[in-house]
Design a binder for this molecule. Sequence first.
Ligand SMILES: C=CC1=C(C)c2cc3[nH]c(cc4nc(cc5[nH]c(cc1n2)c(C)c5CCC(=O)O)C(CCC(=O)O)=C4C)c(C)c3C=C
Ligand SMILES: [Fe+2]
Length: 482
Amino acid sequence: MDATASSIALNSVRITRCEPRNGSPNASRFQTSVCFHFANGQREYESSQVMKVSMDSDDKRSGALSRSNFFVPCEKRNQGSQTICSAGVCTHNGTVMESISHAAEEKVGVLLLNLGGPETLNDVQPFLFNLFADPDIIRLPRLFRFLQRPLAQLISVIRAPKSREGYAAIGGGSPLRKITNEQAHALKRALEAKNMTANVYVGMRYWYPFTEEAVQQIKRDRITRLVVLPLYPQYSISTTGSSIRVIQNAFKEDAYLSTVPVSVIQSWYQREGYIKSMADLIEKELESFSNPDDVMIFFSAHGVPVSYIANAGDPYKDQMEECIYLIMQELKSRGVNNQHKLAYQSRVGPVEWLKPYTDEVLVELGQKGVKSLLAVPVSFVSEHIETLEEIDMEYRELALESGVENWGRVPALGCTSSFITDLADAVIEALPSATAMSSPRTSSNALDLDPVSYAIKMFFGSILAFLLLLSPKMITAFKNHL
Ligand SMILES: C=CC1=C(C)c2cc3[nH]c(cc4nc(cc5[nH]c(cc1n2)c(C)c5CCC(=O)O)C(CCC(=O)O)=C4C)c(C)c3C=C
Ligand SMILES: [Fe+2]
């Protein structure tokens, strides 16, 4: 292939029009390429994305466009297609393709996102306050947004005792920070094994280390290209959506960060590596039952309020159902044909959540005579309160009381090597599509920061919350549902 003719720069990546020697004269290939060179001068990558724009008559109507991504160490590619990368310049079959001018200093970062959890029992109430103060968790109509923080204060105080009991039962705090740090180290090592050096950061939404702190570190480290990887396989407004909003705000407002190319992996439940890793864990755990074929595989996903799906277009339910379908297909291909069921756990508050509810289904299954159940937590990839306390203690007890005799639980993926390797592949595949997040701030943002209106809103909001707190009727109503 000769790289000739037109070439334009796009977000610091060069796009080159290449004419295939023996290909259709009506087809054009556009190759985007960027070279990464690291400080030790040894590790080099060429990332290429080839887009084939076909102008054949059949394809004209549909504007057919096919795309393939590859991201390989230059040494490997050199063997097959004679690409040589050095000092920011890639040559392909003898034709010089300039790479970006600052490629020599490319410094790759990966930001892992998670929810965070209280590390001590004293952290529980302030952690809950941060969670309920998030407009992606308690979705108030715009007109009532000024009540968000007073309401968060109220709900966090009421919820705290129940929540504290749960954290006390699992050792006095959430293991999420420790496990996420371990996953970050494992991912860094997995990337190194694929010849990619990257700084891996952890950003939590509601507790330390906060996402905002991680973003500041990314700025101090002068990262030049970033992949954002939420540790939630499925996208929900309440998890991935909320964390991405924080990142977008931080990046747009900062002169340096707004220029950094960023690629966000929104969801990855459909990745083969993840599906196979989940199937491995399930297959292994089934073997611990004396009658593996009779065990019902019981997927327990974290719930969200129905209004997220019905009114706000949250794709979470669809993605969850597809995810379960893919895992079951994988198991079937291995000859595992067990029955399965999906239900939703962890509902909070008086509104309707996704159904069926885990606790209700467990009772029904027990009463129907199901004797063996294998619980599979499927919304998270680390152990935390909802696996260690809710599933292992509350749901297990409920199932056994309802007639289930054999109970098992699949562990969260944690640092399972096939899973971490797949995350490394996801990062490498995402790098070439990184683009800057910069965009002008909106006038409504500016309004949100006006200190006078903020003070007025806080004043009236606090009075309302205070009145609510004084009302015993109100407290009883909340307590019954939280
Ligand atoms: C009130 C609304 C909540 C929504 C919506 C929600 C969605 C949601 N959460 C997770 C994952 C986690 N949740 C965790 C803790 C947690 N979540 C809520 C509430 C909502 N979650 C509360 C009140 C709490 C605190 C614990 C408790 O009191 O029950 C955690 C951290 C657990 C830990 O070990 O610290 C995770 C992780 C998902 C995946 C999700 C929607 C898809
Ligand atoms: Fe939650």
